[in-house]
Design a protein. Structure first.
Length: 178
């Protein structure tokens, strides 16, 4: 099995990553597998791969997050062990100004090319409340109705689309919560 596998999605877009492997028609992240330890296969989606590939360091919030989320569901004992090892790494990571600007520019370009589609107020409120619940452990409050996602570095709020990831209908959670 090659670590340089390419995964095809339903819309024929592909993701090429040296950490992507396929087994029995399913895609797995070999880096997350190494992070999890004990040979635990960590399934990965195309969206998670795309988000991870945008990060300069592959041991990033997306990879750590999907590893911990999978272990929490599938192997609680190993989750506790992995959490002790990887949460400090996750907490030390911060998005550099250049990385944020680069991701924001690419996201904004994609949003404009798609015609600037936006979510309804009720959908934005639902997503923000989900983020504020901090189930993923990556929400950082920055006021009553605004915050930042540490997994991707984006700002989250109830307001306009230009500076609000959850308002843009072209955006998604890197950990697939929404």
């Amino acid at each position: 099995m090659s670590h340089a596998a390419t995964r095809q999605s339903d819309n024929a877009a592909s993701v090429a990553c040296r950490h992507l492997a396929t087994r029995d028609g399913r895609s797995f992240c070999t880096l997350a597998e190494t992070m999890a330890g004990k040979g635990k296969a960590i399934p990965v989606s195309q969206r998670q791969c795309e988000e991870c590939l945008k990060c300069p360091d592959r041991t990033n919030a997306v990879t750590i997050g999907m590893t911990l989320i999978h272990l929490r569901r599938e192997d609680p004992d190993l989750y506790e062990e992995a959490k002790l090892k990887w949460l400090p790494v996750l907490n030390q990571q911060s998005w550099s100004a250049m990385a944020k600007v680069s991701r924001y520019a690419a996201s904004t370009l994609e949003w404009f090319r798609a015609g600037r589609p936006v979510r309804s107020d009720s959908e934005v409120t639902r997503i923000l409340r989900l983020c504020q619940s901090n189930e993923c452990g990556d929400y950082e409050a920055r006021g009553d109705d605004r915050g930042m996602c540490r997994a991707c570095g984006c700002m989250l709020n109830l307001y306009g689309g230009l500076f609000n990831k959850i308002r843009r209908a072209t955006e998604h959670c890197p950990k697939e919560y929404w």
